[in-house]
Design a protein around this ligand. Structure first.
Ligand code: M6R
Length: 608
């Protein structure tokens, strides 16, 4: 989704803006632009395509303050004229993330006042609105605050004025924004990674905040216009954590970071001898004692993590669990349960649908909320009573990998804590689970060892247009996740089914051109799965079977065995995810797609 960077300094800010935009590229975008104030004039450069093109076009642009933007088209096609920043009457420039829902009405009103529109975006109304107030003698801050009261929708904005070379304004409602504090220089951005090259001191704006940003200071005003103090945090992100290093793509790097990410996420429990609710927050014990069910809300890959957790929660903790796609739940007329634990799962913590689903759940009288998230300062974490942070580190590739497996680890901890609280975990089984969790990072590392096998296998997918993924029980969501990864980055149409459903419809699709990928753990459903695989072979389908040791599945004509280590019990879904991630990565390499920035997709989906 769109990204914003702003900077005011005693040096040329163009390189800072460009580097910031490059760091935000992972969010997904189709065009980019920047504006600087130079000798009382706004100097704007915009381009479609990559930030690198914008950099080439900006070589002669200089200024001590400016704003920059990567755009992910919502209103109006990706084009230079629709790229931000948008300018009103050569005076006000605005970069915007989010969607202004009442822009048509505002556009009609501003057109009637004589404002000329040069783009199809909703953003341009913000520039003209601010101008309409600024031209009446209001300060830039006041003009922005007035304009914001007229907007319906979500925004993070950066504002600059040609005749105001010592001041930037930024504001947020519904889209994330933070201020970066430097030595006599200040910045703002959509996320911390954009500013790491200039500062690690970050101040996160809250809903409705508007900030004045100067060379040597900044001031934050809340939605009521009151001056407020927002705490500064020192970001734990490092430059290295957002750099590619020796890997070809962020996705490959992030797949390989999983052993460490799992170890970091599990650190607190693996170094202890027992599980305590406190890992979810101070109020966790009381909250967990008051619940009778779990409701999980999430999107995409995070939703798949929730689907795995349902199996664990019902089987191990004996607690009823529902899992819902957040974008559906937020509009569904459902029955609230005040004793439900509402668990939201999100890598970014900024997904608009998941935030709205959480608000909807609360509005239905469900006060017990827990967020499992990878970004500590994110909106979702702040909106929830309890939290467990995954410690995967920044995930840059649009396709979620290490975030997913660490979400699973976190959800397994939740399962164990609830099971213990409900008297369903003996001392021995608690120790056994802890032992297996301690072993999980090294087990993940050994699964990564099959990378060369999968790289070779992927060559056979290069000319395929469809693929079918099968799994059963706990591993059906892993089949779903494998199919999502493949379609997301290789653009191969992929479907996932619980293998028992084959004969209820999808078997009709199977012929020699349909690769069928099966997740085959050595669990209680193995023999059932084998029968399903026979159904595929009987129709000429080519099987690729990711099987644990001792499943007695062998390679033969039409059956390609990819040997996994021994069955890992309840943690098996985490290990079976890794080869499917690798498969989609290497198939995407074969197809020559843009692995880290697949077409039409964005990393943080901050609009509905
Ligand atoms: O940041 P979130 O976990 O809330 O994001 C949810 C989905 O947008 C995300 O998982 C998406 O499906 C990924 N691109 C999948 O790889």
């Amino acid at each position: 989704m769109c990204g914003i960077v702003g900077a005011i300094a005693h040096r040329n800010v163009v390189p800072i803006l460009l580097q910031g935009l490059q760091r935000l590229e992972y969010r997904g975008y189709d065009s980019a632009g920047l504006v600087v104030v130079n000798n009382g004039q706004l100097e704007r450069v915009r381009s479609t395509g990559r930030v690198a093109e914008l950099a080439t076009k900006s070589v002669n642009t200089q200024g001590f303050l400016g704003i920059a933007h990567t755009r992910w088209a919502t209103h109006g096609v990706p084009s230079e004229r629709n790229a931000h920043p948008h300018i009103s009457r050569e005076t006000i420039a605005v970069a915007h993330n989010g969607i202004i829902e009442n822009y048509e009405e505002l556009r009609a009103r501003l057109s009637a006042q004589g404002y000329q529109f040069t783009s199809d975006t909703d953003t341009e109304v913000i520039a003209h609105l601010i101008h309409s107030h600024y031209s009446k003698g209001n300060s830039l801050l006041a003009a922005t605050q007035m304009a914001l009261t007229e907007l319906v929708g979500a925004y993070a904005i950066g504002v600059t004025a040609a005749d105001n070379p010592n001041l930037l304004i930024c504001a947020r409602k519904g889209s994330p924004l933070l201020i970066g504090v430097g030595e006599n220089e200040h910045f703002f951005a959509s996320d911390a990674s954009a500013l790491l090259q200039v500062t690690k001191k970050m101040v996160y704006l809250e809903e409705g905040d508007v900030a004045e940003v100067n060379l040597d200071s900044y001031s934050v005003f809340n939605a009521k216009g009151e001056l407020v103090v927002r705490p500064a945090h020192i970001s734990e992100l490092t430059n290295e954590s957002v750099e590619l290093g020796d890997y070809k793509h962020y996705m490959q790097k992030e797949i390989h970071e999983q052993p460490q990410a799992l170890a970091d996420t599990l650190e607190a429990v693996c170094n202890s001898h027992s599980l305590v609710p406190g890992i979810f927050g101070a109020e966790a014990a009381a909250t967990f004692a008051d619940i009778n069910s779990v409701l999980i809300l999430a999107c995409g890959t995070s939703f798949h993590a929730g689907l795995v957790a349902r199996y664990w929660l019902e089987e191990i903790a004996g607690i009823p669990c529902n899992v819902e796609i957040a974008s559906e739940y937020r509009y569904r007329v459902s029955v609230g349960n005040p004793k439900a634990l509402v668990v939201t799962i999100s890598q970014s913590g900024e997904t608009a649908d998941t935030q709205s689903a959480l608000n909807h759940a609360k509005s239905m009288g469900q006060p017990h909320t827990l967020s499992i998230c990878n970004v500590p300062e994110s909106a979702l974490v702040r909106m929830s009573k309890l939290r467990l942070l995954t410690r995967a580190g920044p995930e840059i590739g649009v396709a979620s990998t290490k975030a997913f497996t660490t979400q699973l680890a976190a959800l397994f901890l939740l399962t164990l804590v609830l099971a213990k609280q409900r008297g369903r975990l003996t001392k021995e089984s608690e120790q056994k689970h802890l032992h297996e969790l301690r072993h999980l990072p090294s087990a993940a590392k050994s699964v990564l060892g099959i990378e060369p096998v999968i790289a070779k296998l992927a060559e056979r997918f290069a000319d395929k247009h469809h693929a079918l993924f099968l799994g059963r029980g706990l591993h059906y969501p892993i089949a779903l996740e494998g199919a999502l990864k493949l379609k997301e980055i290789s653009y191969i149409h992929a479907e996932a089914y619980p293998a028992g459903e084959l004969k209820h419809g999808p078997l009709a699709l199977v012929d020699k051109d349909m690769p069928v990928i099966a997740v085959a753990p050595n669990d209680i459903l193995l023999e059932k799965l084998k029968s399903n695989l026979q159904e595929v072979r009987a129709r000429g389908g080519e099987l690729y079977v990711f099987a644990d040791a001792n499943t007695r599945i062998h390679s033969s004509e039409g059956v390609n065995l990819i040997q996994m280590p021994e069955h890992a019990g309840y943690l098996s879904p985490i290990l079976h995810t890794i080869p499917l991630q690798l498969l989609s990565y290497y198939v995407a390499l074969q197809k020559g797609t843009d692995v880290d920035k697949p077409r039409n997709l964005a990393k943080s989906v901050t609009v509905e």
